[in-house]
Design a protein around this ligand. Structure first.
Ligand code: PAF
Length: 282
């Protein structure tokens, strides 16, 4: 596996892949890799001959510099995992390679970025769409894989690609889960053992919500039952609950009668965990 620390190096590597007739899949990450990231690599490898991963802890998507500093950095283990997964090259730039000091261009999906999680994390999705655009332009892949766990991020990227005519196919990849159902996340390692056990409540609430939707319900009754389930776990505080149209993320009201995204965020200590489920009534 080629380790590329400069834009010129990754471009030369990808040019070589293209000259050999290979298609290229991209897996953008912020490192601290777990099996969920490797499932993105596998999904990309099913659609492209060679997979390129990126590891870049993107400062513009962190509102809080303390959160940025605390973000786990496990470079050697990440490189070993990507190599074992058969990745062709990893691009690991410095902040100054991605953001020139005099940079002034941003990419923002003006609606999708500023609703739901975007309200409590102002600028977050703008930071994501800006860095993903840069990574797309640097690597130039045919396809790029993104997890469904951050469902709003996935929708933001799909919209950005569609609005800007970016010639890259976006592959949505289902969330990988621990054996008790907790969605894999780089944040999980920061949970105390007690909070780690308690965190299964997110998945339990979504499982129950899915059944409720299958049996027929309204948005307000569903919200009430999800709140009640989360409240059974005193270690967690429900920070966000959104029940929205699966594609536009527009707020819903009344009976649920089409594809609906349920997005929840729950705080354990100072660790915010998110999970989501797209459900359709039967
Ligand atoms: O999902 C992530 O890890 C990040 O938001 C991404 C897509 C790599 C952009 O920094």
């Amino acid at each position: 596996m080629e380790i590329c620390r400069s834009v010129a190096h990754i471009r030369t590597h990808v040019r070589g892949l293209r000259q050999a007739g290979h298609s290229v899949g991209l897996v953008p990450t912020m490192g601290a890799l777990h099996d969920g990231h490797i499932s993105l690599v596998r999904a990309a490898a099913e659609r492209a001959d060679k997979v390129v991963a990126t590891i870049f802890v993107n400062p513009t998507q962190f509102g809080d510099s303390a959160d940025l500093e605390k973000y786990p950095r496990t470079e050697d283990a990440d490189i070993a995992r990507l190599e074992a997964a058969g990745v062709s090259a990893v691009f690991m730039p410095q902040v100054s390679d991605i953001y020139a000091e005099d940079a002034e261009t941003i990419v923002e999906t003006t609606q999708l970025a500023n609703m739901l999680h975007g309200i409590v994390r102002p600028g977050h999705y703008r930071g994501v769409s800006t860095v993903v655009t840069k990574l797309f332009n640097i690597v130039g892949p045919d396809v790029a894989a993104f997890g469904e766990k951050d469902y709003q991020q996935l929708q933001v990227i799909r919209k950005m690609v569609s609005d800007l005519h970016v010639p890259i196919e976006i592959l949505p990849v289902p969330t990988m889960r621990e054996s008790d159902g907790l969605a894999m996340s780089s944040r999980n390692v920061r949970l105390t053992p007690e909070d780690r056990k308690a965190a299964v409540i997110l998945c339990q609430a979504l499982d129950a919500a899915e059944k409720t939707v299958h049996n027929g319900t309204t948005v307000s009754d569903l919200a009430k039952s999800i709140r009640a389930t989360i409240a059974t776990e005193p270690r967690g505080t429900l920070e966000g609950l959104d029940i929205v149209a699966a594609e536009s993320l527009a707020p819903l009201d009344g009976p649920i009668n089409g594809p609906t995204a349920i997005m929840i965020s729950v705080k354990f200590g100072d660790i915010l965990l998110i999970d989501q489920r797209v459900v359709t009534p039967r």
